[in-house]
Design a protein around this ligand. Structure first.
Ligand code: KIV
Ligand code: ZN
Length: 384
């Protein structure tokens, strides 16, 4: 039977940390409502201690968005947890996401601490967060570079303290997919109480492996994925929501599904891009301008014979109107004939050969030939 994977969206927290993408409370509410319609399970609304504006955003999103769990971030320190708990006061279902570094690099160079003290601080933070909300997620920051045995011990300790979800972030985007998958597997095999909590995946994209690592985590037992729309986030970004959701949907035989209403992916991507002033790269998987555009002659010919030849998903499934055939100097006769027919022109083979040669000349100059250019070419020939 297909297993449910929970979508934890952090567009408004990790995503919003991108320089230049900061949002006002009203803008955050607009995006949060779209994410609610999209069907995310958990919405990380902000980091309340970080600024009065972020505190206010968590409060207002808690009031305005009722379907997903509303989550607030905190470090494993008293003031942060108090602020997160306060900000979540109006949430129908609130979650505090607290945590601290788990790798020796972070323990020594960021916290100037020891493994023992880190476990104590972690347990105390979870207990304090539990005084505000039942649902507490603990993040083991930089778990991607943490010692496996220590990581399992930390996970065991925070679950015993009451954590309902434990996040194993690859904070620096360091891991390879097999390595990250094995890390999750190790946690399942070496943590006695692991089934009392959900294990969550949070990957960064420094090596372009965030989606691959996230899927490896799911294949090894994690049931929550932390993602952002368009993959925005610190440095090279976070795992992109649309990639993970569509990977699981396009390959149902892998045995996982989400609750995401996928035809809303493209409009949500556009909204986030516009409001956060972050253009989507043209070749971005799923939501990029070229994700359903075919431009070489070989591909266009195959696509026109049957879209299955070159498309693994229907554009409607992600909210894109239709696939596109882009006419360039690399296009073939089949694509040209098809487009001319759509424009109402039908030519016999010798005439089509002539149009094609003229088309190539225009394409070499213009790069992309549009419908207006084709109508001009066709009319000149008809009138000749
Ligand atoms: O990347 C990370 O480790 C984080 C944590 C705060 C969850 O964003
Ligand atoms: Zn992160």
């Amino acid at each position: 039977m297909s297993q449910r994977v929970y979508i934890f969206d952090t567009t408004l927290r990790d995503g919003e940390q991108v320089p230049g993408s900061q949002l006002t409370t009203d803008e955050k509410i607009t995006i949060a409502k779209e994410l609610e319609k999209l069907g995310v399970d958990v919405l990380e609304a902000g980091f309340p201690i970080s600024s009065p504006g972020d505190f206010r955003s968590v409060v207002e999103i808690s009031k305005a968005v009722r379907e997903p769990i509303i989550c607030a971030l905190s470090r494993a320190v008293k003031g942060d947890i108090d602020a997160a708990g306060e900000a979540l006061k109006y949430a129908k279902r609130g979650r505090i996401h607290t945590g601290l570094g788990s790798s020796d690099i972070h323990i020594q160079h960021k916290f100037n601490s020891t493994r023992e003290k880190i476990v104590e601080q972690a347990v105390a933070a979870v207990k304090q967060a539990k005084s505000y909300v039942e649902d507490v997620e603990f993040y083991c920051e930089d778990a991607g570079r943490a010692d496996l045995a220590f990581l399992a011990h930390l996970v065991q300790s925070v679950i015993a303290a009451g954590a309902t979800v434990v996040n194993i972030p690859d904070t620096t985007g360091y891991c390879f997919p097999d390595e990250y998958g094995n890390k999750i597997k190790y946690i399942f095999e070496h943590t006695d109480n692991v089934h009392q909590a959900i294990i969550s995946i949070h990957c960064h994209n420094d090596l372009g492996l965030a989606t691959a690592n996230t899927l490896a985590g799911v294949m090894n037992g994690a049931r929550q994925v932390e993602v952002t729309m368009n993959g925005i986030g610190e440095r090279a970004g976070n795992t992109s929501l649309e990639e993970v959701v569509m990977a699981l949907k396009v390959r149902p035989e892998m045995g996982y599904h989400t609750n995401v209403n996928t035809p809303l992916l493209f409009p949500t991507s556009q909204l986030v891009s516009k409001m956060m002033r972050m253009p989507v790269q043209a070749n971005k998987a799923i939501v990029g301008r070229n994700a359903f555009a075919h431009s070489s002659g070989i591909h266009q010919d195959g696509f026109l014979k049957n879209s299955l030849n070159y498309e693994i998903m229907n554009p409607h499934d992600v909210g894109v109107d239709k696939s596109m055939i882009i006419l360039t100097a690399r296009s073939g006769r089949h694509a040209l004939k098809h487009r001319l027919e759509l424009l109402g022109f039908s030519f016999d083979k010798p005439t089509l050969d002539v149009v094609y040669q003229q088309f190539l000349e225009v394409a070499d100059i213009k790069k992309e030939v549009n419908d207006g250019d084709l109508v001009e070419l066709a009319k000149v020939l008809i009138e000749a």
